[in-house]
Design a protein around this ligand. Structure first.
Ligand code: PXP
Length: 237
């Protein structure tokens, strides 16, 4: 199973000071050197983390693949066509949310979605849709022109009880099988971490996982001893 690394929260940290560090491009290159099969950026309408310049620079720097997560707006369609990521992932976006809260509402948006996706695919960009692990959403994704789907694992990641978690996992397994039978590639993402990723190894229909927050959060603690040690080395008398 491949891993695509979402670097949004490197930009969140950079924006706390707005002085350039940590640099999302450096993070993207380090992720690639560490084994990531792709880099994911969500260019939100409010630009709260990744901004247009980051996207441009990450596009120019990386050598794996760029997955641009974006809302279904004209502005984002133009940016996608100009930036040429290998892949876009359509996500629902609400300004007040802290993170993407659910799958894309394909049924209600079906007609405009078909129109929206066409010019993007015509430019050779693959299209993925971030959807709930449900048959209807998957069939509609296929009908709208999706090359792949990303199954929303947010609900799974929040399950406290083992029985609930197993139930969610079963929904994900069934959805992954169905999507593959429909001829779409299958990715999974949202809320995945070292704590809950293991069962995905056995769902062979899922070819990639997309992970952001948990990797960046854990990197802080794994990296903290080395970062403190560096300063101590430089200040020791
Ligand atoms: N996939 C999609 C479509 C997302 O919107 C996000 C969050 O930006 C992720 C994956 C990554 O989620 P997390 O940061 O919880 O790993």
């Amino acid at each position: 199973m491949r891993l695509a690394v979402n670097i949004d929260h490197i930009a969140t940290l950079r924006n706390a000071r707005n002085e350039g560090a940590p640099d999302p491009v450096e993070a993207a290159l380090l992720a690639e050197r560490s084994g990531a099969s792709g880099i994911v950026c969500h260019l939100r309408e409010d630009r709260r983390h990744i901004c247009d310049k980051d996207l441009e620079m990450v596009r120019a720097a990386i050598t794996t693949k760029l997955d641009l997560e974006m809302a279904m707006t004209q502005e984002m369609q133009s940016i996608a066509i100009r930036t040429r990521p290998e892949l876009i992932t359509l996500v629902p976006e609400k300004r007040e949310e802290l993170t993407t809260e659910g799958g894309f509402a394909i049924r209600s948006l079906f007609k405009p979605l078909v129109e929206f996706v066409k010019p993007i695919r015509d430019h050779g960009i693959l299209v993925s849709m971030f959807v709930e692990p449900e048959e209807e959403a998957l069939s509609l994704s296929k009908a709208a022109g999706a090359d792949m789907v990303e199954l929303h694992t947010g609900r799974y990641s929040l399950c406290a009880a083992a029985s609930e978690r197993e139930h969610e996992l079963e929904r994900i397994r069934t959805a992954a099988r169905f999507a593959r039978r429909e001829g779409m590639a299958v990715v999974a993402g949202h809320g995945l971490s070292v704590v809950n990723i293991a069962p995905f190894r056995d769902i062979t229909e899922i070819e990639e996982v997309s992970i952001g927050h948990a990797i960046i959060a854990r990197a802080v603690f794994i990296g903290l001893p080395a970062a403190i040690g560096e300063i101590l080395d430089l200040t020791r008398r």
